[in-house]
Design a protein around this ligand. Structure first.
Ligand code: UT7
Length: 323
């Protein structure tokens, strides 16, 4: 008998305000056409003034609990991936814990920027396999609109705000790839590339800072590293390309998504794409895409799903699971 971390509930939340590309044309030397053709992004959501990452996360978490038919105290833990927590401390996860009325268990944040949800899934999976928890809420939530330099057209048109959540439960499996749940994980980082995507401020410098990115450089690393980590995770799970039902990639750029799918030998019919509606929501992008993919009727119980992401660090990774 093998323990497997099985998704038993999910949900997402997007702030009300939708900002189409055309809105940037008034203040920047840019165009809907450039943004769409270079990134695939058509619109994104921005949090309202005073609306924080933990607010978005709590809304997504409530939907996941409702989806699973559970109450907050049925959870043993919350693992929240974010680079834009409300405060320096406490963690956004403990804020969600209190907002949900969860009075037991433990909660903490994971920070691996756009790869954050992959790292959080992996962390939660390890806790479940070690028997330290039976049910864990894993959330990706961000308010990247707070760290945009609105004068930098090469970054501010690319990002958005949002949150997605899944509930993982430890269940018995047979140990082979027919099991539902997480089948494999692959994590990587290389701090030598820390200066191609970073925020030029932080707690220790007593500034908030703005996101800075050498887009072309990040792009160059992305397709190659994403295809490699996805292949490694698929190999670990003994899953071949033709067994993959869905790739649910980090939603940064449609050209990266297409390039990675091609390298993996999969057509775009097997890829969940939400980048046109959400922009790049960093750690929130994969759980958002999972939730939208299920809502659209794309991802179904029993499907093999490959998730992969890369971002600041560089940090990247992949998780293979059977839905
Ligand atoms: O989530 C973390 C991971 N992040 C990513 O995966 C992002 C990876 N990078 C990318 O997605 C792409 O590199 C971008 C979408 C950021 C940029 O696309 P690109 O095809 O690499 O364009 P570029 O940076 O080479 O810029 C081409 C031109 C430049 O002008 P010149 O130097 O050729 O005259 C830019 O100044 O486009 C210009 N440009 C813009 N023009 C209109 C840059 N931003 C804009 C803009 N509107 N918003």
């Amino acid at each position: 008998m093998t323990t497997r971390s099985v998704v038993i509930g999910l949900g997402h939340y997007l702030p009300e305000r939708v900002v189409p590309n055309s809105e940037f044309e008034a203040t920047l030397d840019t165009s809907d056409e450039w943004i769409k053709s270079r990134s695939g992004i058509e619109r994104r959501h921005f949090a309202a003034e005073g609306e924080t990452t933990s607010n978005l996360a709590t809304n997504a978490a409530r939907k996941a609990l409702a989806d699973a038919g559970l109450g907050p105290n049925d959870l043993d833990a919350i693992v929240l991936a974010t680079s834009t927590a409300d405060l320096t401390f406490p963690s956004a996860a403990t804020m969600v814990q209190s907002a949900l009325g969860m009075t037991r268990g433990f909660a903490f944040d994971v920070q691996a920027v756009c790869a954050g949800f992959i790292y959080a899934l992996s962390t939660a999976n390890a806790l479940l396999l070690a028997g330290q928890a039976k049910r864990i809420m894993v959330i990706g939530a961000e308010t990247f609109s707070r760290i945009m330099d609105w004068n930098d057209r090469s970054t501010c048109v690319l990002f958005g705000d949002g949150a997605g959540a899944v509930i993982l439960e430890a269940q018995d499996g047979t140990g082979d790839k027919s099991d539902r749940g997480i089948l494999s994980v692959d994590l990587n980082s290389d701090g030598q590339h820390r200066d191609i995507l970073y925020v030029d401020g932080g707690i220790s410098t007593q500034t908030t800072g703005f996101l800075r990115m050498q887009g072309k450089e990040v792009f160059r690393h992305a397709v190659e590293k994403l295809a490699k980590t996805a292949t490694t995770a698929m190999d670990k799970a003994d899953i071949a390309s033709d067994e993959v039902d869905w790739i649910v990639p980090h939603q940064a750029n449609i050209r990266i998504i297409q390039g990675t799918a091609k390298k993996l030998g999969l057509s775009m019919d097997h890829v969940v794409v939400t980048v046109q509606d959400h922009g790049n929501t960093s750690a929130a992008s994969i759980p958002l895409a999972l939730s939208v993919g299920v809502e659209r009727g794309q991802i179904k119980r029993g499907d093999v799903v490959v998730t992969e992401a890369i971002g600041g660090g560089l940090a990247w990774g992949a998780v293979v699971l059977r839905w």
